[in-house]
Design a protein around this ligand. Structure first.
Ligand SMILES: *[C@@H]1O[C@H](CO)[C@@H](O)[C@H](O)[C@H]1NC(C)=O
Ligand SMILES: *[C@@H]1O[C@H](CO)[C@@H](O)[C@H](O)[C@H]1NC(C)=O
Ligand SMILES: *[C@@H]1O[C@H](CO)[C@@H](O)[C@H](O)[C@H]1NC(C)=O
Length: 339
């Protein structure tokens, strides 16, 4: 099961990665063809009316995470035993509640990939809090084993600690946010805002996991892996912020263009940090190749975009020659200096 899972996950990831890259490259190729013929025209466009700005936005795919899978478990007997032994009550009185709880667990294994699924995961997570308070004591184990598969490799892990179950559910809450974020239509302001919101929440969840669940047995929940995920989500937020600035450009005076250049340079910087974090020995072979490629492409793409907007700013619509020393003083982007 584990081996198959791993293989299926790998194939799926390869396919998604390939599709994303293919789509992305098509856009790039399209753009570069257009560019060859119309480089001058495009340059005029960027310094022209605001309504044309939208045409310059390439909606680049974002990286979502897969949900961790888990094996079905039946806690009915252990819970009933605990009720009669520890609380001295007739366990059969609680059969319906236990059944509801087991159904909730079953349902949250395959949440719908939207807010409804998110609520389901939260509901289960909240129940785990009560379960932890009333049924798990350090002195007596319920003998329940929690099986969860690694989100990236499908490698199984087992632990008896309820904390593993809690952490894994939290992980899925974060993953689901990444999926919701990646699915937004970022050609509109509301779409960009929703994506920012979702990626920020995902980053928050992974950070919380890193701080509070540091003893999980699986690699995707290890501190270095979570640190990558946090950085990746922060980078994706930054990318959306940059897109927001670009989509919001009303006119093309020098300051606006420099602002766009600055944001693009920042995106490139955060992605290069992600790339560094992904390149450490333990994780290099663990992180999907398609992620590394995507992060690499984005580092260069946004660096290029920064240069592009800087160039456009230098050819400010006023047509005046730019006084570089004044740009430096006004805190222009690093790209200006490189330029
Ligand atoms: C989420 O998706 C499920 C099925 O895919 C659907 O029944 C439900 O209404 C959706 N919820 C929201 C909030 O869109
Ligand atoms: C999680 O970890 C943070 C930082 O260590 C800490 O401030 C916070 O209280 C922890 N939360 C819980 C619920 O333990
Ligand atoms: C450029 O700006 C600086 C500072 O504002 C000024 O001293 C300098 O004379 C300007 N140079 C030109 C060529 O306008």
């Amino acid at each position: 099961r584990a081996k198959l899972n791993q293989q299926i996950n790998r194939e799926l990831r390869l396919r998604t990665g390939a599709e994303n890259l293919y789509r992305y490259q098509c856009v790039l190729i399209l753009k570069s063809d257009v560019r060859k013929n119309f480089i001058a025209k495009e340059f005029v466009l960027v310094t022209e009316a605001s309504s044309t700005q939208r045409q310059h936005i390439v909606s680049v795919p974002m990286i979502p995470l897969g949900l961790k899978e888990t094996k079905e478990i039946d806690m009915t007997v252990p819970l009933q035993d605990f009720i009669s032994e520890h609380y001295g009550e007739d366990a059969s009185l609680y059969l319906n509640e236990i059944r509801d709880f087991m159904e909730l667990r079953q349902a949250m294994r395959t949440p719908s990939r939207n807010e409804t699924g998110q609520e389901l995961l939260m509901e289960y997570y909240n129940q785990l809090y009560f379960l932890d308070q009333r049924f798990f004591s350090p002195h007596r184990s319920l003998g329940i084993h929690f099986h969860w598969y690694d989100s990236l490799t499908g490698v199984p892990s087992v632990q008896r600690e309820l904390a593993f179950e809690k952490g894994s559910v939290l992980f899925n809450i974060g993953s689901l946010y990444t999926q919701i974020g990646a699915r937004q239509d970022r050609s509109t302001l509301t779409g960009i805002q929703s994506a920012i919101d979702a990626f920020q929440r995902a980053a928050g969840v992974f950070l919380y996991l890193q701080e509070n669940f540091s003893h999980a047995p699986s690699l995707d929940m290890s501190s270095p892996a979570l640190s990558i995920l946090v950085r990746l989500m922060v980078a994706q937020v930054q990318e959306c912020v940059c897109e927001k600035v670009i989509i919001n450009m009303q006119d093309n005076n020098m300051n606006v263009l420099l602002q766009a250049a600055k944001e693009a340079a920042r995106v490139s910087d955060v992605y290069s940090l992600v790339l560094q974090a992904m390149s450490v020995p333990l994780l290099k072979d663990y992180v999907p190749f398609s992620w590394i490629s995507m992060v690499q492409v984005k580092t260069h793409h946004f660096r290029a975009l920064a240069h592009y907007y800087t160039a456009a700013a230098l050819c400010d619509s006023s047509g005046e020659l730019l006084n570089v020393s004044s740009v430096r003083r006004s805190g222009g982007p690093a790209a200006v200096l490189a330029f």
